[in-house]
Design a protein. Structure first.
Length: 766
């Protein structure tokens, strides 16, 4: 930059000087020309006016008179010299300094020869002059000539003066221009350049967030481009690092990139189709704009890398109020909207369908049927009719999408689509169909409540692969099939054979997108980190006007299976039995509104609010209350802040297929601190053995677990958290997707005996 500035300044000096000198030169020429012209005119007038005084004595050939006349005329006119010649060029009279008169040119000869006026500038020694020669006549006859010499020295002096003034002007100009240029270079180039450099350095070192967005003025477009490039480089570097770590870890850990490559390598010509009730992108109107959001769902995180890698199709119900505006004539949209890589096909449900299929059969029927939470399932014939119709509509949409695909792979999600596998397989026997049941499967007696259990089982058994979170749900399913249908179940190989079709049943514990590496072995006692966490806790709690030294956290949908009321009872028990925690501990309960049209959900909400009010009323003081209830959908980032600030996370579901909150909490705790209190009735309890496992129905035991968690030593907390983090990282969502889809690809559809996955290159994590 310094060299650039020097060069720029030198170039400017050179060009300003050249331009100024050239312009001065022409000024001097013009000025000199004007002065000479004026002097010539003046001399001519002078010559004309003194001619008569010379003509007489010349005509008479009186040289002594001429000598006197020339002296007089010289004195009278102020001329430098006057000389008079006869027609042969002899000097008859002369006045003036001899250095000048002797140095005069040959103008007189020309005048006497041609009879014309001649003029010439000359100089010698210190003299500079103009000689003007006039022809002299007597009547028409040329009788001689007269030379008038005038001083022209002042013209030269003015030339010199002009050059001198020009020199100072040029100098001032150069100084001014150099100063302005240097200032401008500094302001418009050096400073922004420094900021760009600084910004890029931060991007390179990964500290860009801390510095914020600087004003990069004219470099902004360039900087934006470079930033995008730097971001890609960062992502590439992170991916490369992840790859290196994977290699280092002997391929044990899964990442989005590894999943994408894994699936692409094995997909062959097959295309993949995902079906779920919730869509991965929702478009909503916000004023005049259409805003696209990604619902906070682990499923999108898991399946998107696969769909992107294989240009798949996701079929889902369109729920955003602007979804219809962004699809094409076939209800398709390429997504992600910013970087289209796969297709989203939307199915539109009417209000009646929403109410009967989703609210009714799925959520008032199957949901409480499968969760032992003591909320009675409600089965209405009208809802069942609608459930069948909606399943058929989704099947039609999927079949339409895969019409051109050979041996398509279909991955159906959850209890909304129990009939879909059969509908698809009947129309496309060449398709490989898997369905994952994200909720528990109860024992045969409990499931037997459903009037249409046989139809549901038959629908599910259309699938080639049926996944549950844990082995218990697989066993419950096989037992239910045994009890209800005519079929052959093989408990050893976990398969069901019915009318010549085999279904393999497998546990695949779902997880979160945690890709980090546990900080095992590092010195974990970082007082600064503790202080940061305390500060964050204070700041988060102060938004609700609460001061507390310790914070417990619950994050759930407002759902009766989540044990929110039981959690509140446990807290109340703790405060009653251990008054020490009054004014010390606050429970923050984030409860995202869910399925609000269903009476049992509205009822739960009222009961939770009532319980919170009651407990708060009982214990609260001026700056503290035991429960902060946040009833809204919080985004990933917000929830992550709460997870990281909490001392303890309470997951007290009465029954849960997995419960990803438990795993999200663990994955969020980079500081390897925090205690997880986890219900024994969750799928997660099978994996996270280092949580404090509780029975949520036992309020006293749950209260004790909270107390034990709050009083646990840092070393114990750290050890438990490290082990849980390793478990979650090694069994992340990418492994889940790779396992289900990998197993589905390995199945041999044509050979009944070949359904044994143990012979295939299985990566199942059961
Ligand atoms: C459970 C189900 C999911 C469902 C989610 C949210 O986890 O297994 O399929 O998407 O709850 O419920 P919602 O009814 O809002 O989709």
């Amino acid at each position: 930059m310094h060299l650039f500035r020097m060069r720029l300044i030198l170039a400017l000096i050179a060009s300003v000087t050249i331009v100024s000198v050239a312009s001065t030169y022409f000024d001097v020429l013009a000025h000199r020309h004007a002065l000479r012209q004026e002097l010539e005119n003046r001399t001519k007038w002078m010559g004309l006016s003194i001619e008569p005084d010379v003509q007489g004595p010349l005509a008479a050939g009186d040289s002594s008179a001429l000598a006197g006349v020339t002296q007089l005329l010289r004195a009278g006119t102020g001329a430098l010299g006057i000389m008079v010649y006869d027609v042969r060029g002899r000097v008859l009279g002369s006045a003036g300094p001899s250095e000048v008169t002797s140095a005069l040119g040959h103008g007189v000869t020309k005048t006497l020869e041609k009879g014309t006026e001649e003029s010439a500038f000359g100089h010698t020694g210190e003299w500079r002059w103009l000689e003007e020669v006039f022809p002299l006549h007597n009547g028409r006859q040329l009788i001689g000539g007269m030379t008038i010499v005038v001083d022209a020295g002042y013209i030269h002096e003015q030339d010199v003066d002009l050059w001198r003034r020009s020199f100072w002007r040029v100098l001032a100009l150069v100084i001014l221009i150099v100063a302005i240029t240097a200032g401008m270079v500094g302001w418009f180039l050096t400073r922004p350049m420094k900021r760009v450099t600084e910004r890029l350095r931060h991007l390179r070192t990964g500290h860009a967030e801390k510095t914020g967005e600087p004003d990069l003025s004219l470099f902004s477009p360039l900087a934006r481009e470079v930033e995008t490039m730097a971001e890609s480089l960062k992502a590439a570097r992170a991916a490369a690092e992840a790859e290196a770590r994977l290699r280092e870890a002997g391929e044990r850990w899964w990442t989005a990139e590894r999943l994408a490559v894994h699936m692409r390598d094995r997909a062959g010509s097959s295309r993949i189709f995902v079906v779920s009730n919730r869509e991965p992108y929702v478009h909503a109107r916000k004023g005049r704009e259409i805003v696209c959001t990604v619902p906070p769902s682990g499923l999108v995180t898991a399946l998107e890398p696969v769909l992107r890698a294989c240009d798949g199709v996701w079929v889902a119900s369109g729920s955003g109020d602007a979804d219809k505006l962004v699809v094409d004539g076939c209800d398709r949209q390429r997504v992600p909207p910013d970087e289209p890589r796969y297709s989203l096909r939307r199915v539109w449900l009417t209000d009646e369908e929403e109410s009967k299929y989703y609210d009714g059969f799925a959520n008032e029927g199957l949901w409480p049927l499968c969760h032992i939470a003591h909320t009675r399932p409600i089965f209405r014939a009208g809802d069942w009719e609608c459930y069948q119709q909606v399943n058929q509509r989704f099947a039609d949409a999927v079949l339409e999408e895969m019409a051109e695909s050979e041996e398509p792979v279909v991955f159906v999600q959850d209890y909304h689509f129990a009939l879909l596998p059969r509908l698809l397989k009947r129309a496309r026997p060449d398709a490989r169909v898997a369905i994952f049941w994200h909720i528990p499967w109860p024992n045969p007696e409990a499931f037997g409540i459903c009037p249409w259990q046989a139809e549901l089982l038959d629908g599910l058994l259309g699938a080639d692969l049926l996944g549950f979170h844990i082995p218990l749900h697989c066993h419950n399913f096989l037992a239910t099939v045994d009890r209800v249908l005519e079929s052959r179940t093989d408990r050893d190989h976990m398969t069901v054979s019915r009318r010549g079709h085999f279904t393999t049943v497998r546990p695949y514990p779902i997880s979160v997108a945690y890709e980090g590496i546990p900080n095992v072995g590092a010195d974990g006692d970082d007082p600064a980190a503790e202080e940061r966490r305390a500060q964050e806790r204070r700041s988060l709690l102060s938004e609700s006007g609460v001061r507390a030294e310790q914070m417990a956290l619950g994050v759930d949908r407002m759902d009766y299976t989540k044990g929110i009321l039981e959690r509140l009872t446990a807290l109340e028990q703790l405060l009653e039995e251990h008054p020490y925690y009054r004014e010390r501990l606050a429970l923050v309960q984030i409860a995202a509104p869910s399925r609000t049209r269903i009476p049992s959900y509205a009822d739960l909400r009222a009961r939770v609010e009532e319980a919170v009010e009651r407990i708060n009323w009982r214990y609260q003081t001026a700056h503290w209350k035991p429960v902060v209830l946040i009833e809204r959908q919080c985004n990933h980032e917000e929830v992550r802040r709460w997870y990281q600030a909490a001392d303890l996370c309470l997951v007290t579901s009465l029954h849960d297929g997995m419960n990803l909150v438990a795993k999200e909490f663990v994955a969020a705790r980079d500081d390897e601190d925090g205690v997880l209190v986890l219900s024994k009735f969750t799928g997660a309890a099978m994996e996270l053995r280092d949580a404090l496992i509780v029975n949520p129905y036992d309020a006293r035991a749950a209260a004790e677990a909270i107390r034990a968690g709050l009083e646990m030593s840092r070393a114990d907390r750290r050890q438990r958290m490290q082990r849980m983090r390793r478990q979650v990282m090694e069994h992340n969502i990418y492994l889940w997707a790779a396992s289900v889809l990998g197993d589905l690809r390995e199945l041999r559809l044509d050979d009944a005996e070949g359904m044994d996955l143990s012979r295939a290159e299985s990566i199942s994590v059961s």
